[in-house]
Design a protein around this ligand. Structure first.
Ligand code: FAD
Length: 520
């Protein structure tokens, strides 16, 4: 044994002994004895690395162990052990740890399955160009799925704004961005899944096979199984993107235009429709502002708003290089129908991949200023169309004051593009809006940038919706009591609970969501 090997062996032994003293030997021995092709780690640094998330809102709780699986069978062996134990222990898949409220954690007695950590044996994305789909490992990051599919001139149809998220993680929520109005969320673009249930069974499921599990897992917050493979539907990838932002001072005109745009589904339409709210100097300072480059500066004061709230519509037209002669004309025709402030058109043109990966550039910028790894008290809401104007008055023009501490996204979606059989929950109206308050808290900032202030503001927003009877649904939900979860699921609760009893009867999976009681 070399000196390095001896010292890492010693470190490992000390770590295991410390854990055994802390939690008792039986769990660790049981976990350590599971025969996997990947590996378990008990190293304090590995345990620490999976115990926090992007939200940084909770004090980190280290699990007993971390599994780096090589295959679905590794995941199944772990879950079968947890399921078969006299005292079951929690097992949570962790994608890229980009949750806000500890959803991918297990607490002290569990095992975290590191899905996104590439391991020997985990399969590479496999593209089937003839069939127009790609098969991907559940922990694959969307950015890597994109790279692989582009080699074949293909790409998934529906996206998230940020690509460093895992396939299993976004499919457990919904996966939304400006394409959702047309293609539906990412969960509407999945053809087949391999899932390891809470009983440790590996099940293939699709529209034709194990249908109940298939729909239940999509948007299922990890409650019924760990997704180890997903088959994602593809389309020919565009080469370039014309990216346009225009401003509005009237909320009614802004939402009218957004709703008009999402009603278009033919050849002639924009391919992406989003928008954001500007209640302060946000456009200049927020982390999505790279668009307004020095070559394309924006002075908010130059747009007449009398210091009040502005709204920015963000749209894109995808095209192939061979269409570059006609894209201007096509965009012009589409824009003619819109009623934005005519002096406020900002346009840029870039490669498709650069458009999709746009938030990563902002991440690198924020990282360089130490502003990425800070607490993120985000609040994401689906607001029914019939009440969006009340929400504007009460929240954007009311509770927020004139400071936001981060971008506020707002865009509508069509409910008929969401499969009602999935576990995802949306308001009961044909059109609903995503409102995403994506705030960063700064401990040494102004009072309005502090974590407690922003958390209190979130609480006031929820209270306002409650009092005004605006039937919002949380996206990436976080609820404190089971009563709140029952209200969240509404008509879907009975089905959700009965699926839990069927596929994870001992409540082993994704306990960090805090929907059901811990394992018994
Ligand atoms: P994790 O946070 O690791 O896990 C999330 C949940 O899913 C946990 O309960 C976990 O146990 C479970 N899970 C993870 N992997 C699996 C699996 N393989 N099988 C079953 N369950 C699993 N969302 C959008 O929809 N649109 C956006 O535009 C968007 N932009 C974002 C930008 C940033 C910067 C960040 C931080 C988040 C964004 N999100 C967006 C939210 C994102 O979809 C969620 O954080 C989601 O949970 C994915 O993150 P993750 O892969 O890191 O999953």
């Amino acid at each position: 044994m070399t000196r390095e090997m001896t010292s890492s062996f010693l470190i490992m032994t000390i770590a295991i002994c410390t854990l055994i003293i802390a939690v008792g030997p039986s769990e660790l021995l049981r976990i350590g004895a599971i025969d996997v092709d990947g590996h378990f780690t008990f190293k304090p640094s590995d345990l620490a690395s999976v115990s926090s998330d992007f939200g940084m809102l909770k004090s980190p709780e280290q699990p007993l162990a971390v599994l780096h699986p090589s295959s679905a069978e590794d995941v199944a062996r772990l879950i079968r052990t947890a399921y078969g134990s006299a005292t079951a222990f929690p097992v949570s898949a962790r994608g890229h740890g980009h949750s806000i409220n500890g959803q991918a954690s297990t607490g002290r007695n569990g095992v975290v399955v590191e899905m996104s950590h590439r391991n020997i044996g985990t399969p590479e994305p496999l593209v089937e160009p003839e069939e127009m789909y790609v098969d991907v490992w559940g922990g694959e990051l969307w950015v890597d799925v994109l790279k692989k599919t582009l080699e074949h001139g293909l790409a998934p149809k529906s996206w998230t704004d940020y690509l460093y998220l895992s396939v299993g993680g976004t499919l457990s929520n919904a996966g939304i961005s400006g394409q959702a109005f047309h293609h539906g969320p990412q969960i509407s673009n999945v053809l087949e899944l391999d899932v390891v249930t809470g009983r440790g069974e590996v099940k293939r499921c699709s529209e034709e096979e194990n249908t109940r599990l298939f729909h239940g897992v999509l948007g299922g917050l990890g409650q019924f199984g760990i997704i180890t493979r997903a088959r994602i539907s593809l389309e020919p990838a565009p080469q370039r993107v014309r990216w346009i932002r225009v401003l509005y001072s009237s909320f009614e005109v802004f939402t009218e235009d957004q709703e008009y745009l999402i009603s278009m589904h033919g050849q002639s339409k924009f391919d992406y429709v989003e928008g954001f709210v500007i209640v302060d100097e946000g456009l200049v300072n927020n982390w999505r502002s790279s668009f307004f480059s020095p070559r394309n500066p924006v002075k908010i004061s130059s747009v007449s708003s009398n210091g009040s709230v502005l709204y920015c519509l963000e749209i894109t037209k995808n095209y192939h290089e061979s269409e570059s002669d006609t894209v201007d004309q096509e965009v012009e025709i589409l824009m003619k129908k819109l009623n934005f402030i005519s002096t406020s058109v900002f346009t840029t043109d870039l490669q498709y991949v650069d458009f999709l990966d746009r938030v990563h550039k902002a991440e690198l910028r924020l990282r360089s200023k130490n502003l990425w790894e800070v607490p993120h008290p985000w609040l994401n809401l689906f607001v029914p169309k019939s009440r969006i104007s009340d929400f504007d008055k009460g929240v954007f023009k009311g509770i927020l004051g004139n400071k936001t501490s981060g971008p506020i996204l707002i865009y509508p979606m069509n409910k008929d593009k969401w499969d009602e059989r999935s576990s995802a929950v949306t308001p009961d109206e044909e059109v609903f809006y995503l409102v995403a308050l994506l705030r960063s808290a700064l401990s040494d900032g102004e009072e309005t940038q502090k974590l407690e202030y922003l958390k209190d503001q979130n609480r006031r927003i929820m209270e306002f919706c409650d009092q005004a009877k605006i039937n919002v649904k949380q996206y990436l939900p976080h609820h404190a009591t089971q009563e709140e979860w029952v209200a969240h699921y509404g008509d879907k609760w009975d089905q959700f609970r009965s699926m839990k009893a069927e596929f994870d009867p001992r409540h082993i999976l994704a306990t960090g969501q805090r929907i059901f009681q811990n394992p018994s």
